[in-house]
Structures are given as C-alpha cells and as structure tokens.
Write a new protein. Structure first.
Length: 222
C-alpha cells in the first residue's frame, strides 16, 4: 500500500511479470533464454516487458552471438564527427558501441555509452579507451550530468515506448550545447516510418537521408 493509502497501479510491464508467462520468463534457466531468443517473444519482452526482462532479452541476443555489431557505418561516423566539434558524445542504447571503432581518434573529448544490457556494457568496456565510459542504465530514466554536442541513438530509439519517445527527445534538448544535435539512425525506415514522421514534425531536422546510400536512414535534428 502506498503511504497515501491508495494502492499503487502496476505498470503494464509489472502486470505482465505477474502472469504465468511473465513468471516463466523471469526465471533464470536456459529454456527461458531460448524462449527470449524467439523473435516474437523477444519483440513483446523488449517492447512491453519490465526493465529486468527487457535487459535479459537484450543480454540473450548478445550472448548468443546474434547481435555482434562489429562494423558500423563510416558515413555515420563522419556525420557524428561533423557535429561533435571535438566535444562530448552521449550514446543511448549504445550496445557494444561499435561506432567507436569508426570514429577518428581525438575526434571527441568524451564518450558516455548507456545500455540496459549488462552483457553489452561488459563487452564495450573490454576495448574502451581512456575518454570512453560505459554504464548500465535505462535511457528512459537516465539523467544527464552535463551538456552534449551529440546525443546518438543508433538503432535504439524504437525500443523507447511510443508514449515516452517525444518527451525523451524534448528533454534531451536541454542537455545539448548551443550547436548540439541529436542523431537517430533507423535500419528499417519503412517499418518505423511513424517515428521518422513524428521527428520531422516536431523538430528542426537538418539531415534526412539514407546512410551509405543504403536502406538505413539517419536524421540529425535539435
Ligand atoms: C539493436 S541494438 C543497437 C546497439 C548499438 N547502438 C549499435 O548500433 O550497435 C539496441 C540496443 O538498445 C539497448 N536498449 C534498448 N532499450 C534500452 C533502454 N531503455 N535503455 C538503454 N538501452 C536500451 C539494447 O540493450 C541494445 O543494446
């Protein structure tokens, strides 16, 4: 019971955790990990599951080797370098942060990567340089401690529930430097057309194009 005497309302994720399937997926065994590796289960767990289950579903992807984003796009790295001004980079949903390997050394002063997956952060830390820091955290509740020149969502914004997406992007604007920009990449622009459209309507979009002349799309805005 909450102090006010009013029973707290369980979130959708917490209610899911109380169902038989939610309880099963929360137990630590190989069968559950295999279940979480099934695309449709992974989709539901990462979109409506509680943070713990989402984190575990992402861990499964990294541990199974299915997610091994070794080489990112040099085109994306060039864009980041153009806007970062040798300043500070925040990567939300950084995973193993493969983009670091594509950035020119000394093109940034600091890089902070945040990801829900312990496995991804452990791997990112293995090869991190002195100006890079990687922390386990939820980008939905992450509190910026400084201003950033670039906030990058590389294939991670679609994991933010639709009802929180605009608020998150608007709140990040307060933590951009005067010339700071948010950069979002979306590998399946047709599938996530609504996200691209919502950003175009609500923000000043400067770059809106395909990356590496391929399917993957990038938006730069503030
Ligand atoms: C498709 S991967 C992309 C990883 C990386 N940005 C890249 O481009 O290689 C999506 C990442 O977003 C992370 N993620 C999803 N929801 C998150 C959240 N709420 N907070 C932090 N990270 C999250 C996942 O753990 C996963 O590592």
């Amino acid at each position: 019971m909450a102090p006010s005497g009013i029973a707290p309302v369980a979130t959708l994720g917490e209610r899911f955790e109380m169902t038989p399937l939610g309880k099963l997926l929360s137990t630590q065994n190989g069968i559950c990990n295999r279940l979480l590796g099934i695309p449709v289960v992974h989709w539901f767990a990462t979109r409506i599951g509680p943070a713990r289950l989402r984190a575990r579903s992402f861990d499964v992807k990294y541990r199974s080797g299915e997610w091994d984003f070794r080489s990112d796009s040099r085109d994306l790295a060039r864009l980041v370098e153009e806007y970062i001004n040798k300043g500070h980079l925040l990567v939300l949903g950084c995973g193993t942060c493969s983009i670091v390997r594509d950035l020119t050394p000394n093109s940034f002063t600091s890089l902070l990567g945040i990801d829900l997956s312990v496995e991804a952060i452990t791997r990112a830390r293995r090869s991190s340089g002195s100006r890079e820091r990687f922390e386990v955290g939820d980008m939905l509740t992450f509190q910026c401690q400084q201003q950033y020149d670039v906030v990058l969502f590389s294939e991670s914004l679609y994991y933010v529930p639709g009802r929180h997406r605009a608020a998150l992007l608007h709140s990040l604007r307060a933590n951009l430097t005067d010339t700071g920009r948010v950069i979002v990449t979306i590998a399946e622009p047709k599938r996530y057309a609504a996200i691209l459209k919502a950003i175009r309507l609500a923000f000043d979009v400067e770059v809106d194009r395909a990356l590496d002349s391929g399917e993957r799309h990038v938006l730069v805005f503030r």
